[in-house]
Design a protein around this ligand. Structure first.
Ligand code: 7PJ
Length: 280
């Protein structure tokens, strides 16, 4: 049975927000040991996140952090495909592949992935067609520039309007390519070619983005620099409290999927949000 059969779409139709756990497989994420050890470690981490309440696991083999260099196709394939195949067999939640490469989309589709998560919004040549041919959802994200240089000097007239315009255009491109609206999620791309003020405007006005696009919205702010900047520059593994506040604010404004590193704390925080939304 393909992992896609686990019903991400049905899950998104329910009102509770869901947590996507981040599983990075860049060389520094599960250091030392051979390839099997790395796969075992990554599978164990995925299982841990599922036990903590993750309903989606996002597998990423290309670092898209500010300043990161591009990764070659073969290298990305080697990082993510054996792991994806192992996870499809061993975890009982939907799997997402964080990629911009059409070849990886096709191969991940054959392996049973449930979501194609593309920070470049399917703009690479061949990506729309590759995603359209896979039986999976897609997440299109806004980014200004490219990871290597995107934080140099991000500029917008009206960030909320421009991000909305871009997402609307990409949704239309998806639909034209044969990707039905029921398969599409959108993401404003926190931290991707945005200053702190841009990120905060997007968060403050997230509800208007949700209403404009009228599609499930994914928000990823976990441990990002915007959290550090607002909390005195704390290192990445000490950004939990700020990350939780950001996830709560996004969920309260209508985000349906929260992409996070700290699954259990986020699941617990979101339980309070959802109970409050449902209260009399
Ligand atoms: C995001 C992502 C995000 C989506 C990364 C990091 C950078 N995919 N992949 N949204 N961020 N859809 O986690 O710091 O915000 S990688």
């Amino acid at each position: 049975m393909g992992n896609a059969a686990l019903g991400l779409r049905e899950r998104l139709a329910r009102p509770e927000p869901l947590v996507m756990g981040v599983l990075n497989v860049t060389p520094d994420s599960f250091s030392d040991g051979g390839r099997y050890t790395q796969i075992d470690a990554a599978v164990a981490r995925a299982q841990e996140m599922v036990e903590e309440g993750a309903e989606l696991i996002d597998i990423g083999g290309e670092s898209t952090r500010p300043g990161a260099e591009a990764v070659a196709l073969d290298e990305e394939r080697r990082r993510v495909l054996p792991l994806l195949e192992a996870l499809v067999e061993r975890v009982a939640v939907a799997l997402s592949i964080d990629t911009s490469k059409p070849e990886i989309m096709t191969e991940a589709g054959a392996a049973g992935v449930a979501l194609i998560n593309d920070v470049r919004a399917l703009q690479a040549p061949g990506a729309l067609a590759a995603a359209a041919a896979v039986d999976a959802g897609v997440c299109v994200m806004h980014m200004q520039g490219e990871p290597r240089s995107m934080q140099a000097s991000p500029q917008y007239g009206d960030v909320v309007r421009e991000v909305g315009d871009f997402l609307e255009e990409r949704v239309a491109a998806c639909v034209d390519a044969g990707i039905g609206r029921e398969r599409i999620m959108v993401d404003p791309g926190f931290g991707f070619g945005k200053t702190l003020d841009h990120n905060l405007s997007l968060l403050r006005h997230l509800e208007s983005v949700v209403e404009r696009l009228d599609l499930p919205l994914l928000a990823g702010m976990s441990r990002k620099r915007m959290i550090a900047t607002l909390t005195g520059g704390v290192p990445a593994d000490e950004r939990l409290y700020g990350s939780l506040a950001a996830a709560v604010l996004a969920a309260e404004r209508g985000a349906r999927v929260l992409r996070v590193h700290d699954v259990r704390p986020t699941v617990e925080a979101l339980a309070i949000v959802q109970a409050t939304i449902e209260a009399e």
